[in-house]
Design a protein around this ligand. Structure first.
Ligand code: NAD
Length: 373
């Protein structure tokens, strides 16, 4: 019988054109209901789970049991070592090989189920986008970062030659299914990393979210799910609203999500992925704020408020890994550059940003150098 918690699931709909629209279900202790939900959606019969080894060890057996109980008979699984270093072409081809074997050339009604954080989500989504020119997939995000950001929006892909997300596609899932209780096994470092993206949403779109995090850092880090649920819902709602307006990132609207990511991605690559994505975004945000302050479009007081919050969360605001020359080199490869010139999303005030291009290389270098230890 469904418990009270299960009936308390929140639904957020992403209203995209035609069959690309989908629901995000957010609940707690609700994983047991995913099998019946997928059956009802009728989006595939042969389930192929894509996950990393750690998440597989924690949740794969249970998930397979739930699917079997709901009547799915044909279930396969591919797993790979966790973390950003796996988000590459070798993992992608490995997973594809597993999926091709599972399919056996029969063109089964495959449903890919991505179980994990942003890495299995992005890799698995790209596998789903490209296998047989596209099969259905759903996301079961299991990190805070994936529960506030990467789980939705349909940007899928892999890093290539260490350049972040260089190869990929836009391919929307059919469902995003959140069971917040799966976060209970996350370590502190990963909770902190997820909060970096929440701070991003607060700065670019909703100062009240920033205030909420400021007031609840301790509870969030202690994984108080009652406190975390509104953070997940608000972040996903903000992202859903942005994705609906600019699904393929062509109108300059979705680009706002890149606040902190231009220098952040370069730091992530230059540091050889010693910083997690969330940690890199934290560094990228303080660098973007410094740029905005130098340009005189953002107040030092607001920049300091963000820096204090990031430090309180336990995220880095200085660069201790990677060389300046490498960061500058990776900046040149940023996907959002146009004709070799970087475009930065910079804050103007809380809730408002501007896109700035043609910044002087000397200024960019100065700002990054000041953050290096
Ligand atoms: N597609 C998008 O729109 C989008 C948006 C933001 C970030 N991203 C991408 O997301 C990635 C980062 O995501 P991430 O931080 O979730 O990384 P991740 O998937 O590597 O997960 C981080 C670590 O947490 C572990 N983990 C996952 N769930 C767990 C659980 N419930 N309990 C215990 N351990 C668990 C994993 O094994 C891994 O070691 C980056 O590659 C980034 O580029 C994509």
């Amino acid at each position: 019988m469904p418990s009270e918690k299960i009936t308390n699931m929140t639904t957020i709909s992403i209203n995209l054109e035609g069959s690309r629209a989908y629901d995000i279900l957010i609940g707690r202790d609700n994983l047991d209901t995913i099998g019946t939900k997928l059956k009802a959606l009728n989006i595939g019969e042969s389930i192929f789970i894509i996950t990393d080894s750690k998440v597989a060890g924690l949740y794969a057996k249970r998930l397979v049991g739930i699917f079997r109980k709901s009547g799915f008979r044909d279930i396969g699984l591919a797993k790979f070592p966790g973390g950003e270093k796996s988000k590459n072409i070798k993992t992608y081809t490995g997973v594809l090989t597993g999926l091709a074997k599972f399919d056996g050339g029969l063109n089964k009604r495959i449903l890919v189920v991505n179980l994990g954080g942003g890495v299995p989500g992005d890799v698995g989504g790209f596998v789903a986008a490209t296998f047989n020119r596209g099969v259905n997939y759903v996301q079961i995000p299991t990190t805070l970062l994936a529960n506030v950001d990467s789980g939705i929006g349909g940007k899928v892909g892999i890093d290539f030659h260490n350049i972040k997300n260089k190869v990929g596609s836009f391919y929307q899932p059919k469902l995003v299914f959140v069971d917040l209780s799966l976060l209970k096994t996350l370590n502190l470092k990963e909770i902190r990393a997820g909060l970096a993206e929440v701070v991003k949403y607060g700065v670019i779109a909703d100062p009240s979210l920033l205030e909420y995090v400021e007031g609840h850092v301790k509870d969030i880090l202690a994984l108080n799910l009652d406190v975390i649920k509104p953070v997940v819902e608000k972040s996903y709602r903000l992202k859903a609203g942005i994705v609906e307006q600019d699904e393929r990132d062509t109108k300059g609207i979705r680009m706002v999500l890149n606040y902190g990511h231009t220098i952040g991605h370069a730091v992530e690559s230059a540091a050889g992925f010693k910083y997690s994505h969330g940690e890199s975004v934290s560094i990228g945000m303080v660098c973007a704020n410094d740029l905005a302050c130098e340009l005189g479009i953002f107040s030092r007081a607001e920049a300091e408020r963000i820096e204090i919050l990031l430090s309180k969360i336990g995220l880095p605001v200085k660069i201790a890994h990677g060389k300046l020359a490498d960061i500058i080199r990776f900046l040149k490869y940023d996907k959002k550059s146009v004709d070799g010139g970087n475009r930065f999303v910079l804050p103007v005030k809380f809730g408002k940003t501007e896109i700035k291009s043609a910044l002087s290389p000397a200024l960019i270098k100065k700002v990054i150098k000041k953050r290096m230890v």
